[in-house]
Design a protein around this ligand. Structure first.
Ligand code: HEM
Length: 342
């Protein structure tokens, strides 16, 4: 959701950048409809009841530090300080942007902020749900055994056959959409929606948590049941056409990264389940409390043990690269035997 409110903002290498981020965040919270005591009684704002101001400042600092690293890369590149052997992922991204016909930095901001957290969060929730529902994990592994087998790794071309894995991702996005509230819409004229008269200029915030857990649509709405997407809800998709499930939004401002996001999330999850045994630290269920913030993160970190499947040892070097991707997840991952990544 940071995506949309930052859209159109332009970051430059000056001291005002951090202020702008903060303004953007403040604007977002206004739009998202977080009403506090100080909204009703403005002179009590200094009390910061509920700690919203503090939380916003913290989030702004995190986004600032992320964007600062990008600006630092840009500065170094402009001054020719980056040697070929020192180039990292961000340098490669920047050179791609620079060589593209359009040099719209604002668009790049939006892509960076909108693409990283959302995919990470989806994978983190998916893993936590699988660890708490071992029977689902077993079924996902059985599907991979049938369609991929144990003699090779998962390929992108396998994903279309992994219907149970697709159902797991849909169910994850239903229960824990990375953006709980869609960016606000404003009505351009008077209209009637669902029997309510909406005057022109009304801001509407769509609450995905309510829609995705509506008991009149989803039986046992809080249960993790991927099977529903193979039976009662088998025709429901996440691409903005079925309004009971819209984790990527809908309409003309629907997430443009949807295809890439789904490809990445499915591929990483499939590779992880296929290549590794994954286990919880103890018999206690993983804590599924959600945090409060722009992106719907887990409130607490969790530890996951992974050990490679013996027959895939020869592929381990390649798999290790995929594991490194997973380190970006909000989970402590330690790989027994060959690798220990924390
Ligand atoms: C699981 C992963 C993702 C989820 C759940 C997600 C979700 C969303 C949602 C809910 C919106 C707002 C849509 C609306 O207002 O109707 C959005 C906007 C956006 N997303 Fe994503 N997103 C994901 C990944 C990505 C990726 C990988 C990229 C880029 C490569 C991306 C780029 C964007 C951009 C640029 C917008 C702003 C579109 C606009 O305002 O017109 N997202 N995303």
């Amino acid at each position: 959701m940071a995506v949309k409110m930052l859209a159109g903002k332009r970051y430059s290498c000056d001291e005002h950048a951090s202020g702008r981020t903060r303004d953007a965040l403040r604007k977002f919270f206004e739009l998202a409809g977080t009403f506090t005591v100080s909204d009703a009684i403005p002179h009590l704002r200094w009390l910061d009841m509920g700690g919203y101001e503090k939380a916003m400042t913290k989030t702004a600092k995190e986004i600032d530090s992320f964007l600062r690293s990008w600006l630092e890369h840009k500065r170094k590149r402009a001054s020719g300080q980056v040697k070929d052997e020192q180039k990292d992922f961000l340098d490669v991204m920047l050179s791609t942007i620079e060589s593209a016909a359009s040099k719209d930095d604002g668009g790049f901001d939006v892509l960076l902020t909108g693409s990283s957290d959302t995919s990470t969060v989806t994978l983190t929730w998916a893993l936590a749900l699988l660890l708490n529902n071992n029977h689902v994990l077993k079924k996902a592994r059985a599907e991979l055994d049938i369609h991929v087998g144990r003699k090779r790794q998962v390929q992108e071309s396998d994903l279309k056959n992994l219907v149970y894995l697709q159902a797991i991702i849909k169910e994850t996005l239903r229960l824990h959409p990375p953006s709980v509230l869609l960016p606000a819409r404003e009505s351009m004229e008077d209209c009637v929606v669902g029997g309510y008269n909406i005057p022109k200029g009304t801001r509407l915030v769509v609450n995905l948590r309510k829609i995705h857990r509506d008991p009149s649509v989803w039986p046992d709405p809080s249960e993790f049941q991927p099977e529903r997407f193979l039976t009662s809800h088998k025709d429901v998709d996440v691409r903005g056409q079925h309004f009971e499930l819209i984790p990527f939004g809908s309409g003309r401002r629907i997430c443009p990264g949807i295809t890439l996001a789904l490809q990445v999330v499915h591929f990483i999850l499939a590779s992880l389940i296929h290549g590794f045994e994954i286990k919880k630290l103890s018999d206690e269920p993983v804590d599924m409390t959600e945090s409060f913030g722009l992106t719907n993160m887990k409130a607490t970190r969790f530890i996951m043990f992974t050990s490679p499947h013996a027959c895939l040892f020869t592929c381990m070097n390649k798999l290790r690269n995929k594991m490194l991707l997973c380190v970006a997840l909000d989970a402590d991952i330690s790989v027994k035997r060959h690798y220990k990544i924390t």
